[in-house]
Structures are given as structure tokens and as C-alpha cells.
Design a protein around this ligand. Structure first.
Ligand code: GLA
Length: 719
């Protein structure tokens, strides 16, 4: 046996503790702290820990020295994994060695800043690391300084680098498209580099900037799960790579276009924040940590958001056909069914009759609104609702007064054709004059009438994002958007804002630090929404998830679902209606009123609490919202059952010693009617059903039969 020599100078460790997780770094003799542990919370006394170099055998054909994964691993002097930084000065200084490191605790045992210096390449790095004692959220952010005399070209710079232990072998991530966001995919961690890049200029429908990594045993409520996402609404890149010792390194950061990041001497660059978490309570444990963190970072800053008002959004009801009298009538019909906020979507401004013109000309169209928008806003308020307005400030139509006056304000590349998307161009938000103009326009609208809410849209990908000097400005565009929205929020703090980009094209923790909800998808097909919501809830809490009851057939797919199934699917999110209530049958109208009332009654449980998700092996999916002793349970079926009798639904979070009363509040009956049948199901409908928590957790809740495209809603409460 080889003797292990432990250096006499005892190694020093940086330990951070969350609620249920611990992180340990080792202070290295040279360079950035080394990742030693991230996982379940450890004993208060770590006992004897050896240096990484003392416990890692040296492989054959290796450089002399040991190179474990550090907080900021860089290429060139012995690290062969992905580099946290790729940079050079005219081809020189490509190899960095951050040999000097100092640590400053910002919150002892919870947050520190590592300051690294490479005196040869003359680059400084400052990485902030914080682990929340409340949510187990790990936050990483990096700043880079150019201390040299010449400009530094940065090709890539990670916001943070995470270490995932060797037994975590699977990756769960999300892709999709317009009208079908948050589709889950799984990959194995293999010897190939796993890499996802988003180059669309905004968060995108297809490349959500985050993922989960876990071992084979992990499932919804159990098992070790690592999750991370970038709080950023622009281009992004993430890589996962197996290292020599079996652990994996996970890098997340901004994707930089060629030449985009050139740092002048003395200047610095700051990455977006990376949010990560560990949970040994499975995917839902990680989701619950993220929900707590997003709530703490969001515009409510940890205070419980006010009850989310039920919306009516005019888009799928009237599209571009705005007429003042008709919209008053529509508002009246919305108020009559219990809607609390009326949101006037696209079509209200000068000349906007379809999607080919007018973006940029943010004045009410006098042919549709002879006295402007204020009379409608006042009317909406007078009948007890808030008034919301759709805008798409970052865009300009070529057929618009704004474009004719300022063609140079649009993103474009000299001597290259203009690439339009939905017939429109994007404005250059890195320009101060454009930002000032847009602030003036939005401030004018918000000051001139009682607008409580803006639906802030962005209906195209960026190609190219280039400023007047011909250089790429993707990141500057996102920063310009943040500046504008921050300024609006500062000037109008009571106005709520929704982030939309053709549905879910701009959903991320960066935008959600500034906005009050997102528009999850333009697809209102309940069957598809059910899956999208489950993906969404992995990262974001239900109260920010815009979820509307649409018409039947659904405009995006042509499929029809019952009012109850549509409503139960939307129920858990920020609920709304996106249809013309005047065109509903009497039965559907009565149904919608019932569901709006249900939502209002249940929203304290649906929002602000914990969320659990699950599925059986035969096409049933369920979602529970609230607290372990009092929750709302929705069980849904999309495809026909293969089994004659559904297996009981195990609810692992039920409190063993408690007795729960189970009420079936509603059952979406479509097509074949379920036979209520058994005594228990009858009792669930008449208030007499109860089961012990241990039984619910271990054996499960018997579930009445469900036809395809139907759902059942339960209230489960411990006495
Ligand atoms: C986008 C949004 C829709 C609607 C339209 C209006 O597609 O996602 O909800 O606002 O724009 O043009």
C-alpha cells in the first residue's frame, strides 16, 4: 500500500451550509478553491479531511502535479477539461494561471467571494458564491478584469462551474418550439461533451438555459438531484463533461458571438447569475428549492404576491378586430363571469390591423378608439376590473412612422440584407437614444391612463444583433432590455409586467427578477398545456405561469376539450380566459363561472406553497399544490387507460400520523362517464371520505375512473 503523506500544514476548507445541503471547497496552495463536495447536508464536524492531492491516485501518462476541478478551471497549464475562460490578446495570453487567490467571507458559512489574479496574463477574476440557508439555492457569478495594457478578447466566460459526483449519470433538459414549450429530453453523461447553445438572442423556445443531473434512482419525490439554470434572457451555453475522476463539470454562461466581448484595458465584464440547487427529495425537491428562490428574487422580494387576478386576454377572442364599443361589451361580459383584469392585446395602436405594420407607433388608433384608449381603461375600471395593455417595445415594423424617422435604430449589418421575423425588425437597445425614446413612450402610456399591467412581448429571434460599428451586440441587447424594464419599474412600481415572446420564448430567472409572470405558451390545447406546465414547474413557481382557458377547438391545434378539462389544466397557474365569453354555450359559460370561482377559492393553496408532481404507469398524471397537511390534488388522464382499474395513487409527502379528509370537488366528464361506483368514491363526493397519511403515502389514494382528456380535482386536508 502506498503511504499517503498529509502535509503538516493542515488544509483549509470553505464550508457552506444550506437548509439540507452542504458545499465544501478546499483552499488550494496555488489558484482557485477546489471543489470537494456538494450534496446532502453533512455533520457539523467534518472530522479529518485530506487534501485532494492526498486522496487522488496519480494516473499513468499524466503531467506532474494534480489537477482537480476548481471553482474556475482554465486552459493552458495542465487543465484539459472545459475552460471557464477562453481569452487572448492578439493571440497571446491564451493560457491563464490564476495563481493568486484571496477569499472574503460575505456571510460566514454561507457566502464568499474568491478573488483570483493571473499576474502574467494580467487578468483578474472575482467569483461570488452563495448558498441560501432557506432555499438551498447556490448562486454563482463571475467578474473579469482586464489589468493589461491591451484589449482582451474573451471567447467564453462561465458564470460558474459546478461539480457533479460520479454516480449522477443522467441529464434531464428541456427543448421545444413555439406552441410546444418545455418538452423534456434525457441523455446519458458519456465521454462525449454534452453541450447546448442558444444563439437566438433571447432565451428561446427550444434551448432552455438549464437542466437537471441525477443518478439512476432519482424520481419525482426521492433521490439525489442537481439542477441549474442561468438567470439570463439572451444567448447561453452549457456544457457537461465527465472528468478523469468520474465526476462531471457543468459550466453555464453567456454564449458569446465572435468578437462580441472585447474588454478594454482597465475595464471589466460581469456574467449573468447561475442558479443551482441540490436536493435529495427528487425532482420536486429541486423544483421546490427553485420556487422558493424565484419567489425571494422576484419583484415581490420574498413577500407573498397579492392574489393573482383572473385575466381575460383579448388576443384569441378578437385578434386585431378592435372596436371601442365591441371591446366595452367584451369587457362587460368578462366582468360578469368574474374576471378581475382585462388585458387589451395587440391591435390597439395606429394602423395595426395585421402583423405587417405599425410596431413603434405606440399611439391609439383613432379609427378604432376615437377618443384614445383612456375611455376603455376607465370603463374597465368602472366595472371593477384592472386594465392591462399589450406592448412590444423592442420592435419596429418597416411600415411605421418610427422606422421612417429612424431607420438606423434597427439592428442591422451594413451591406447585409435585413432579416425580418413576423415582418418586423428589432431596435438596437444598446443605444442610449433608443432606450430614452422607449422609456418616454412607455412612461407616457402608463402616466396617461390607469394601466395596472403590461404584457411585454418580443416576437422574433435576433438575426443579426449588430450595432452601428458592425460588431455583435447580443449581450448588450439583453442588458439594454433589462435597463429599460428596470427604469419603467422604478418609475411605475405598482405596474405589473408579463414577459412574453411568442408564448414562452423569454422565460428565465433573469426576466422573472423583473416581471410578475410569463406567458407560458401560445398553445392553449389543454392536453399539451398539461405537459408544458409540468416542465415549467421544474424551475418556476405556479403563480407566475400564465395559464388561460381557450376556446374549443383550440386555435393552435384544432382539438376540442371539455370546459372542465381546459379549466382544470389552467387552474394551477396564473389563471385566465382567452376566448370571447359572449360566444359560449350556456352550459360552458356556467362551467367557466364555476371554475373561475373555484380558482379564486383555491388560489391561496395553488400559489405560494409547495408543488408535487407524479405519474402512474398507465397514463395518469397528477399535481398537488399547497402544504403536506392541506393540498389541492388534480389527477388528469390524456390517453385512454390500458388497465381496467387504475392503481391507487401514492402521495409520498402525506404526513403519516395525520388523518386526511378527501373531497372530490369536480370531475371533468367528457365522453364516457365514469361510474362513481364504489362506496369510497361516493363518500369523496359527499364529504365523508377519510384516509390515514401513512396509507396515502405507502398504498395510495384510490382514483375513480377517468376518461381520456379528463381530470378530477380533490381537496385533501388533515383534520
Ligand atoms: C404573440 C403572443 C400572443 C399575442 C400575439 C399578438 O404571439 O404570444 O399572446 O400577444 O403576439 O400579436
Amino acid at each position: 500500500m502506498n503511504a499517503v503523506t498529509v502535509p503538516p500544514d493542515a488544509p483549509q476548507f470553505l464550508r457552506l451550509d444550506g437548509r439540507a445541503s452542504t458545499i465544501v471547497f478546499e483552499i488550494a496552495a496555488l489558484g482557485a478553491p477546489l471543489w470537494r463536495y456538494w450534496g446532502q447536508r453533512l455533520d457539523d464536524d467534518l472530522g479529518t479531511l485530506y487534501r485532494a492531492s492526498a486522496v487522488r491516485p496519480r494516473p499513468t501518462f499524466a503531467l506532474d502535479g494534480d489537477f482537480p476541478l476548481s471553482l474556475f478551471p482554465t486552459f493552458g497549464l495542465g487543465w484539459f477539461g472545459q475552460s471557464a475562460l477562453l481569452a487572448h490578446r492578439e493571440g497571446r495570453d491564451f493560457a491563464q494561471d490564476f495563481s493568486q487567490c484571496s477569499i472574503k467571507w460575505e456571510r460566514p458559512g454561507g457566502a464568499f467571494v474568491a478573488t483570483l489574479n493571473d499576474p502574467v496574463a494580467q487578468i483578474g477574476i472575482e467569483t461570488s458564491v452563495a448558498l441560501s440557508p432557506l432555499s438551498d439555492l447556490l448562486t454563482l457569478k463571475t467578474r473579469l478584469w482586464n489589468f493589461g495594457a491591451a484589449a482582451l478578447d474573451v471567447t467564453s466566460l462561465a458564470a460558474g462551474v459546478l461539480r457533479i459526483p460520479a454516480d449522477a449519470t443522467r441529464i434531464l433538459y428541456f427543448s421545444g418550439r413555439h406552441n410546444n414549450e418545455f418538452i423534456p429530453y434525457e441523455d446519458d453523461i458519456s465521454p462525449a461533451l454534452w453541450r447546448r447553445e442558444n444563439r437566438r438572442g433571447l432565451t428561446s423556445h427550444d434551448c432552455f438555459p438549464g437542466a437537471l443531473v441525477f443518478g439512476r434512482g432519482a424520481c419525482n419525490q426521492t433521490g439525489a438531484v442537481y439542477a441549474a439554470h442561468l438567470a439570463w434572457s439572451g444567448d447561453s451555453v452549457q456544457t457537461i463533461e465527465r472528468l478523469d475522476d468520474g465526476a462531471a463539470a457543468w459550466h453555464l454562461g453567456e454564449w458569446l458571438a465572435p468578437g462580441e466581448c472585447r474588454i478594454a484595458p482597465g475595464a471589466h465584464y460581469e456574467t449573468p447569475e447561475l442558479l443551482a440547487t441540490y436536493s435529495d427529495a427528487g425532482f420536486d425537491g429541486a423544483a421546490q428549492n427553485f420556487h422558493a428562490a424565484i419567489r425571494a428574487r422576484g419583484p415581490w422580494r420574498g413577500l407573498a404576491p397579492a392574489p393573482r387576478p383572473v385575466h381575460l386576454n383579448t388576443w384569441e377572442g378578437v385578434y386585431f378586430n378592435h372596436r371601442f364599443d365591441d371591446l366595452k361589451d367584451l369587457a362587460q361580459s368578462a366582468a360578469a363571469i368574474g374576471v378581475e383584469r382585462f388585458v387589451l392585446d395587440d391591435g390597439w395602436f395606429e394602423g395595426r390591423n395585421d402583423d405587417t405594420t405599425s410596431l413603434g407607433d405606440w399611439r391609439a388608433d383613432r379609427r378604432k378608439y376615437p377618443d384614445g384608449l383612456r375611455p376603455l381603461a376607465d370603463y374597465v375600471r368602472s366595472i371593477g376590473m384592472e386594465f392591462g395593455l399589450w406592448v412590444e417595445p423592442e420592435m419596429v415594423s418597416q411600415d411605421s412612422g418610427l422606422y421612417r424617422a429612424h431607420p438606423d435604430w434597427a439592428l442591422a449589418l451594413d451591406r447585409r440584407r435585413a432579416v425580418t421575423g413576423r415582418n418586423q425588425l428589432a431596435l438596437d437597445l444598446s443605444r442610449a437614444d433608443v432606450g430614452a425614446y422607449l422609456f418616454e413612450v412607455l412612461d407616457g402610456l402608463l402616466s396617461s391612463m390607469p394601466i395596472a399591467y403590461l404584457k411585454w412581448d418580443h416576437n422574433r429571434d435576433l438575426a443579426p444583433a449588430s450595432g452601428a460599428d458592425g460588431r455583435a451586440i447580443y449581450g448588450a441587447q439583453t442588458r439594454g432590455f433589462y435597463r429599460l424594464i428596470d427604469r419603467i419599474r422604478h418609475a411605475h412600481p405598482s405596474v405589473e409586467i408579463e414577459s412574453c415572446a411568442g408564448g414562452g420564448g423569454r422565460i428565465d430567472a433573469g426576466v422573472l427578477a423583473r416581471t410578475h409572470r410569463v406567458w407560458t405558451s401560445d398553445c392553449l390545447d389543454a392536453d399539451m398545456r398539461l405537459a408544458m406546465h409540468r416542465g415549467f414547474l421544474q424551475f418556476f413557481p405556479p403563480e407566475v405561469m400564465g395559464a388561460h382557458v381557450g376556446a374549443a377547438p383550440a386555435h393552435a391545434t384544432g382539438r376540442s376539450h371539455s370546459m372542465a378539462f381546459r379549466a382544470m389544466t389552467a387552474l394551477t397557474g396564473h389563471f385566465g380566459v382567452e376566448l370571447d365569453p359572449r360566444r359560449l354555450s350556456a352550459a360552458d359559460r356556467a362551467g367557466l363561472i364555476f371554475w373561475i370561482n373555484q380558482h379564486k377559492e383555491l388560489r391561496p393553496l395553488l400559489h405560494g406553497g409547495l408543488v408535487w408532481r407524479g405519474q402512474d404507469q398507465d397514463g395518469l398524471v397528477w399535481q398537488a399544490h399547497g402544504a403536506a397537511r392541506d393540498f389541492v390534488l388534480i389527477v388528469s388522464r390524456t390517453a385512454p387507460a390500458a388497465r381496467r382499474i387504475a392503481a391507487p395513487l401514492r402521495l409520498p409527502f402525506a404526513v403519516p400520523g395525520a388523518t386526511y379528509r378527501i373531497d372530490e370537488i369536480a370531475h371533468a366528464e367528457q365522453g364516457v362517464l365514469p361510474a362513481a361506483g364504489t362506496e369510497l368514491f361516493q363518500a369523496m363526493r359527499s364529504g365523508g371520505a377519510s384516509l390515514r397519511g401513512a396509507w396515502l403515502a405507502q398504498e395510495g389514494l384510490p382514483i375513480p375512473p377517468l376518461a381520456p382528456a379528463s381530470a378530477a380535482l380533490f381537496r385533501v386536508k388533515a383534520s
